[in-house]
Design a protein around this ligand. Structure first.
Ligand code: SF4
Length: 324
């Protein structure tokens, strides 16, 4: 890969838990536990895993909406983690986020014109009110809305339309990277497909790169060039999308994929049930975090030693002592 757009190295995010009379730190939630990857310009990396695996925390720590505990993030060679407030403001022009619940992320008292135009004002991207309004109309039309909807308020739109408003707001500053944090998870399946198609068109039109975070493997399959699977704060497998779906190597990915329905009823897939619940990220299992639920042999090495990501095929990396 030439110069990556985004480089994440050993990213860690822990949340302290305070307790007792003195409010001392009594434990830590290990939400993101040493994540590294690179993203090329115009690339879509899907990030999947069960609820609580740290994928949303990862996206927010990359953008410094949450302060990382350790590790390094750089964007086009510029450090995000060590950026001053002024440098970070400049970086946010290039790195935007779309949230899962567009209703919660859109100010109910602001019209669509003001919601989409706000970023233009903050970043001084539109000269006068007339130019700003023209740009808002252009953005709304880009995402499939119309100029006459500009004076309406978020509650007057459907879920899919509200997500389009969120996308228009993100696009207002002409970003190079958009973190889509469960951006379609709250939508009906048919609306999900429309929004995914829109995001795909916008990627081609503007050369955007996406970090596409979802809990459902089937959602990220078609939009992603590569997919990373997370388990308890760590990436356990990362591969080109086709390889991951046809030749998964990590037992956790195999189990997740075995639960995805296949549209062709003649094709049978063996279901691999996951044992037990996701362990607490406050006290994650030692060694391989997955060893308490792994259907493969759980060796002493599995219980004691963290498996590092190792390349098993071109661009295909797996963190498993028995599969590398
Ligand atoms: Fe299972 Fe061991 Fe591989 Fe972890 S390292 S996934 S416990 S076989």
């Amino acid at each position: 890969m030439s110069m990556p757009l985004l480089k994440v190295e050993g990213l860690v995010k822990q949340f302290p838990i305070h307790g007792g009379l003195l409010g001392r730190e009594v434990a830590r939630v290990h939400a993101v536990d040493g994540v590294s990857f690179e993203l090329a310009p115009g690339e879509t990396l899907g990030i999947v895993g069960e609820s609580g695996c740290g994928k949303s925390t990862l996206g927010r720590s990359i953008l410094r909406l949450l302060e990382p505990t350790a590790g390094e993030v750089s964007f086009e060679g510029r450090s995000v983690t060590r950026a001053s407030p002024a440098e970070l403001r400049a970086l946010t022009r290039d790195m935007q986020i779309i949230f899962q619940d567009p209703f919660a992320s859109l100010n109910p008292r602001m019209s669509v014109r003001d919601i989409v135009g706000e970023a233009l004002v903050i970043h001084k991207l539109a000269g006068n009110a007339q130019q700003r309004e023209a740009r808002v109309v252009e953005l709304l039309e880009t995402v499939g809305l119309s100029a006459d909807q500009m004076r309406r308020f978020p509650h007057e739109f459907s879920g899919g339309q509200r997500q389009r408003i969120g996308i228009a707001r993100a696009l207002a500053v002409s970003p190079k990277l958009v973190v889509c944090d469960e951006a379609v998870s709250a939508l009906d399946v048919s609306i999900q497909a429309q929004v995914i198609n829109l995001l795909e068109d916008l990627r081609e039109q503007f050369g955007l790169a996406y970090l596409f975070i979802a809990h459902d493997l089937s959602v990220v399959e078609h939009i992603s060039h590569r997919v990373a699977v997370m388990y308890l704060g760590r990436i356990v497998e990362i591969a080109p999308a086709k390889a991951l779906y046809t030749e998964p190597r990590h037992p956790y990915t195999e189990a997740l994929l075995s639960a995805v329905p296949i549209p062709d009823p003649t094709v049978k897939r063996r279901r691999i049930p996951l044992q037990g619940d996701l362990p607490s990220p406050i006290h994650p299992p030692t060694g391989c975090h997955f060893h308490t639920r792994c259907p493969l042999a759980q060796t002493a090495q599995c219980r004691e030693q963290r498996p590092e990501l190792k390349q098993v095929a071109d661009g295909h990396w797996v963190a498993c002592h028995l599969r590398s």
